[in-house]
Design a protein around this ligand. Structure first.
Ligand code: ADP
Ligand code: MG
Length: 617
């Protein structure tokens, strides 16, 4: 028997591991099982190369619970180790890593620690065990069985062992406070979480735990829609099926395989519960790796597998290093590529998905220059006539009538009568009703330097006017009919923040339109978004608008006429028209609603009594 001392200069590493990794005890299962799989895999490779005569037995990993002895054993039929290898791989290598680990550990930044990197996986056993034994027999011809043991102090023993079959048993003598790992259900849960996709069968007390082949390792052309959907359902049971997916398969400059899904937007579900699952050589690592995807793609779900991702000591946090940034970039590129492909090959399906994913793509475009360049041809807008087009399509289609202007509305039903006027003239109007659209519009104006976006009620465009019916004839006072109508309303309304104009609008049934300067309105909307509690009419300067009265509206002339008979009612009606117009354009201050209703009732009863009065007379 050999006795040795673990060579660490400063302190003993094991108490540190125990204490430091306390919060994430479960991972010892993953580490030991993946070591067992690694050893099995090494044997498989040797067999394939004909470098071993080892028996043709089935490679598998077994976990056995012994409640009485309070032990948990992880066994494999892999390459095993001889005494020299135990010294080298378990005692020396690990602890040269450990020294480095200790150096790092002294630094404050805990996220620097990398358990895989330091080769400390095996020692995670000491998070739950007071002592550990290794029984191992190497595949090499004539190898002798070895027993290694260490009780968590700095001394270990190596002696001749008793194992008679090739492979390794790791026996954990569990701590008094680690009872939970003697419960089969608890262990099965951990195995299912971390080891479902491992390549060798894993048994827990004769129960086969892992059945799943990871779909991401298949060639994309061999996978059917059904495969992708089934895999998704396996990853996220009890959620709706996804909209789209992207199969990643990269070899250079890093290895990355995976499938990312665009989920349907579900209001009830907390998205944080369903994040992308990160695997490292089929071993589940974590689903809280947020830096792996650009922020705007954080809604994506699915599985990513890369042996090149640097992981910290608990393997749940990524190091934000070059590789991770490159990965994120690459993922964003692949996502935009496959969206482009879908747009090209199946526009109908793309449009259907766009209703859910549009917001994500728009956000990505605004946030990431490169992403924008790749998706700019996919940024679709619905038009008032129900089509889906890009801004470029819009400009091309409407060049004759709108030049470089792009007309939009912030609400599909917003100012319906104004919208109708645009439709009458065959001018498309984009529906920009998503919260992000305001930002996207600002962004696109910078990108497409000649293009100006203008909300349909920003001013009276050609589309709304019928110049053939303009009332330009001057009367005795040097005023036009239009001028008189405007004067009348100006006098009746007499508000500082309302200007009045009279114009010959094409639709007679439209009494008036409220217009508001595009840039000023944007500023106001922005301020309002910053401070939603501020009443709408608070800042008269920003809430400054123009009431354009229609000289072709019989109603407006009737109100003007009424002034000689009943000036009070005529005044009420002028206000009524103004506020109805604001209301129809979704611009009426909610605080003004009570005044509006009170006046409406007053006006209605005045009109009713006038009507009944004229009937009786
Ligand atoms: P890593 O797996 O990152 O190399 P570990 O601490 O998990 O670090 O393991 C250290 C080394 O011990 C492994 O590289 C391997 O050579 C050896 N080893 C651990 N477990 C086994 C096993 N079950 N069978 C054979 N060798 C093993
Ligand atoms: Mg390992």
């Amino acid at each position: 028997m050999t006795t040795g001392s673990l060579q660490i200069h400063s302190e003993n590493i094991l108490p540190i591991i125990k204490k430091w990794l306390y919060s994430d005890k479960d991972i010892f299962v993953r580490e030991l099982v993946s070591n067992a799989c690694d050893a099995s895999h090494k044997l498989k490779v040797l067999r394939e190369r004909g470098e071993t005569k080892a028996a043709d037995d089935t490679l598998r990993v077994e976990l056995k619970i012994d409640k009485e002895a309070r032990t948990l054993t992880v066994s494999d039929y892999g390459v095993g180790m001889d005494a020299e290898e135990v010294e080298k791989y378990i005692c020396q290598l690990a602890f040269s890593g450990a020294e480095e680990f200790m150096e790092k550990y002294k630094s404050d930044n805990k996220e620097d620690q990398i358990i895989g990197h330091f080769g400390l996986g095996f020692y995670s056993a000491y998070m739950v065990a007071k002592s550990v034994e290794i029984h191992t027999l190497s595949y090499k011809e004539g190898a002798k069985a070895v027993r290694w043991s260490c009780d968590g102090g700095s001394d270990y023993d190596i002696e001749e062992g008793t194992r008679t079959t090739r492979g390794t048993d790791i026996i954990l003598h569990l701590d008094d406070d680690s009872d939970e790992f003697l419960e089969a259900e608890r262990l099965a849960g951990i195995l299912k979480e971390y080891c479902t996709f491992l390549p060798y069968p894993i048994y827990l007390d004769d129960r086969h735990i892992n059945h799943k082949e990871p779909l991401w390792m298949q060639t994309p052309s061999n996978c059917t829609d059904k495969d992708y959907l089934e895999f998704y359902r396996h990853l996220y049971p009890n959620t709706q099926d996804p909209l789209l997916w992207v199969h990643l398969n990269v070899d250079y400059p890093f290895r990355l395989q995976g499938i990312l899904y665009f989920p349907r937007v579900e209001k009830q579900v907390d998205l944080r519960d369903h994040r992308v699952k990160l695997f490292c050589n089929r071993v589940f690592v974590s689903d809280t790796c947020k830096d792996l995807l650009p922020e705007y793609l954080s809604i994506l779900r699915g599985a990513l597998d890369s042996p090149d991702i640097p992981l910290n000591v608990s393997r749940s946090y990524l190091q934000m290093d070059r590789t991770v940034r490159q990965l994120a970039k690459h993922i964003s590129k692949k996502v935009s590529d496959s969206l482009s492909a879908l747009h090209r090959d199946d526009r109908e399906r793309f449009i259907d998905a766009w209703k859910d994913i549009g917001v994500i793509i728009k956000l990505g475009a605004v946030e990431d220059e490169k992403f924008y360049e790749r998706v700019k041809g996919l940024l679709l807008w619905k038009t008032a006539t129900g089509e889906w087009i890009t801004v470029e399509d819009y400009i091309e289609k409407n060049k004759e009538t709108t030049a470089d202007k792009v007309y939009y509305t912030t609400h599909e039903k917003h100012a319906e009568h104004v919208l109708e006027a645009y439709k009458d003239r065959g001018i498309d109007v984009l529906i920009a009703d998503a919260g992000i659209d305001t930002y996207l519009i600002n962004f696109l104006e910078k990108k497409l330097s000649d293009t100006i976006f203008q909300r349909i009620d920003a001013d009276i465009s050609e589309a709304l006017v019928d110049s053939s019916r303009e009332k330009t004839v001057l009367d005795a006072d040097g005023k036009t009919e239009a001028g008189r109508l405007a004067d009348f309303f100006r006098r009746k309304l007499s508000a500082d923040n309302i200007e009045v104009e009279a114009k010959s609008l094409a639709r007679d049934e439209l009494p008036a339109v409220i217009t508001m300067h595009e840039q000023r309105r944007r500023l106001r909307d922005y301020m309002r978004a910053m401070d939603p509690d501020q009443p709408m009419a608070m800042d008269a300067h920003l809430d400054h608008y123009t009431l354009v009265v229609n000289t072709n509206s019989p109603l407006m002339h009737a109100i003007q006429k009424l002034d000689t008979q009943d000036p009070e009612l005529a005044g009420d009606l002028a206000h009524e028209i103004c506020e109805l117009t604001l209301l129809s354009q979704r611009e009426l201050d909610p605080n003004a609603l009570n005044t509006f209703i009170a006046r409406s009732q007053r006006v209605l009863s005045a009109l009713a009594s006038k009507a009944t009065g004229s009937e009786t007379s």
